[in-house]
Design a protein around this ligand. Structure first.
Ligand code: HEC
Length: 157
């Protein structure tokens, strides 16, 4: 059963991966969840569904991450997301870090297919935008970098 799941995941990753994740950094401190996705939502709906269970934010901002996050944004996200509050294809990113938990944002970035299927907040966005955000093949490290860039965009220092 588990082998099939891994094989399916592998196929999925290779079949629709446009390009490799940039930041291969591990996040080994993520507790292994034994719960199902549905239980995740019931336990803490504000954190979304996926591998990211807890994120530590530092102040001041980590400038290396901001720089990498900006580069990823320009390459993979800017076609659909603007940095102000205007929706283009997807919602503008202004204040996204104030309205959502960091865990939710990173799960949305790294686990978008499941989020759109099961997370109530992601589904509300889908109803609004009428288009599914494509899987951008982002590692957790990439997502953390983009999150740092979003924090800067929201005025954090
Ligand atoms: C082809 C268009 C497209 C691209 C490219 C895209 N997105 Fe999205 N994104 C969307 C749409 C549309 C939504 C709203 C949910 C839905 O309808 O799927 C969304 C939603 C989001 C949200 C939730 C926003 C909120 O207001 O809560 C985040 C975070 C996000 N995207 C991050 C990213 C990141 C990071 C990238 C680049 C690595 C990216 N997206 C690339 C279309 C896109």
């Amino acid at each position: 059963m588990r082998l099939i799941a891994i094989a399916a995941l592998g196929f999925f990753i290779f079949s629709c991966a446009p390009d490799k994740p940039q930041n291969q950094e591990d996040f080994p401190d993520q507790p292994k969840s034994t719960k199902s996705a549905v239980e995740d939502v019931i336990n803490d709906p504000t954190k979304g569904i996926g591998a990211v269970k807890s994120v530590t934010l530092n102040s001041p901002l980590e400038q290396d991450r901001v720089k990498r996050g900006l580069a990823i944004y320009e390459m993979k996200c800017s076609a659909c997301h603007k940095l102000d509050d205007k929706r283009v294809v997807g919602p503008g990113w202004k204040d996204v870090t104030k309205n959502r938990k960091p865990e939710w944002i990173m799960n949305m970035i790294t686990n978008v297919d499941v989020m759109l299927e099961k997370d109530p907040e992601a589904q509300k966005l889908l109803e609004l935008c009428l288009m599914r955000m494509p899987n951008q093949n982002m590692s957790i490290g990439d997502a953390r970098d983009v999150l740092e860039f979003m924090r800067q965009n929201d005025g954090e220092k």
